[in-house]
Write a protein that binds this ligand. Structure first.
Ligand code: GLU
Length: 347
């Protein structure tokens, strides 16, 4: 892994990203514009490997921006509920980091992209059973195994109440989705058993898969995703309820992982085009987070070949540009300011 960065960063104050969103009216208008522009696209295919997901209405489309200071801008089908699927991985990861700390989770689960598909078995074999990436199924199963709780019922309750605190309301299990996935998730069961064979899961692997399948079947809306993301953008405090859910350090760690791995094998391309840490799921949701500013939640079931929602990606790209969210974007200092700064430093 190389030299631990803590050797030079210990006791250095963590600066937070600066800048703010435009005024309320403008955010509202741009959220509507993002929806209108992206709505025109009907490309993509609805996921069907979990049988019930094939019944999703491809015309549904919701966009929501939640500001880290509290206001929420919801457009279109932003209140329609769907199963959170892989997006749960990001928030369960945050809960587990809160419980066990940065080093334990980094060492046990990893923070790197595998370069292979989200349900890859080969990735586990190639890395001596190390899951590598908490945003694909092997790493997510290893993460869920670390959820606190003396029994599996307690672990599930910890996940459900934790994700509900991120959303600021009680999230419910979609029993139909849960049963549909439970009946067909033989591959996830195989991955969990493989992790067990490498000693990476010490608990009953099928029980771990069951908690994971439940977490994926929690019902959320695009609005929920935006508020959940805005909690990560707001140093761990839910900007709507005011409740602290996780620490600022956990938000930073989680967003770093999302930037590297959140968008399946297109994570690099997503960062290059859109410049925001994000996570998507097979039911058509995406959450993208602008640290210190807020988050975007979208829902539209048709997916591109990488598994990311077509309209969700376009709406997020538009908002990232129009709201000035790209974390890599900067503009040169005005020359008068540059001179004053240099004089101030005695240059
Ligand atoms: N529950 C799904 C699975 O494990 C989540 C996949 C996803 O959203 O990427 O296959």
């Amino acid at each position: 892994m190389g030299v631990d960065v803590a050797t030079v960063t210990d006791e250095v104050e963590q600066e937070v990203s600066t800048g703010s969103l435009p005024v309320w009216d403008q955010v509202e208008r741009l959220a509507q514009e993002a929806h209108a522009r992206s709505h025109l696209h009907d490309e993509g295919v609805v996921a069907d490997y979990i049988p019930v997901l094939a019944q999703a209405d491809p015309s549904l489309f919701g966009v929501c921006v939640a500001e880290a200071s509290g206001p929420v801008h919801a457009v279109g089908d932003a209140a329609v509920e769907f199963s959170v699927q892989s997006i749960s991985k990001a928030f369960v990861y945050a809960l587990v980091c809160e419980e066990h700390g940065h080093e334990v989770v980094r060492d046990r689960v990893g923070v790197n992209n595998t370069g292979l598909s989200f349900n890859s078995v080969i990735a586990v074999e190639l890395n001596d059973g190390h899951p590598m990436n908490p945003m694909v199924n092997a790493g997510a199963l290893a993460t869920t195994a670390l959820v606190p709780g003396a029994s599996f019922a307690e672990k599930w309750e910890h996940v459900r109440t934790g994700l509900s605190r991120f959303a600021g309301r009680q999230l419910e299990l979609d029993g139909v989705v849960y049963r549909s996935e439970s009946a067909t998730n033989t591959r996830n069961k195989a991955i969990a058993r493989l992790l067990q064979s490498y000693g990476r899961i010490e608990l009953d692997p099928l029980e771990v898969v069951d908690v994971y399948t439940r977490q994926c079947a929690l019902r959320v809306s695009a609005r929920d995703l935006a508020v959940m993301g805005a909690t990560l953008a707001d140093g761990g405090v839910n900007p709507v309820t005011g409740e602290r859910v996780v620490s600022g350090q956990v938000c930073r760690d989680t967003l770093a992982v999302l930037a590297a791995t959140g968008m399946y094998e297109r994570s690099g391309e997503w960062l290059f085009e859109i410049g925001l840490p994000a996570k998507s799921g097979v039911s058509g949701g995406i959450v993208a987070v602008a640290p210190g500013k807020g988050a975007i939640g979208t829902f539209s079931p048709p997916l591109d070949p990488a598994g990311n929602s077509v309209r969700g990606r376009l709406a997020t790209a538009y908002l990232s540009r129009a709201l000035g969210l790209n974390v890599f974007a900067s503009s040169a200092q005005p020359s008068a300011q540059r001179g004053a700064d240099e004089a101030g430093r005695g240059a």
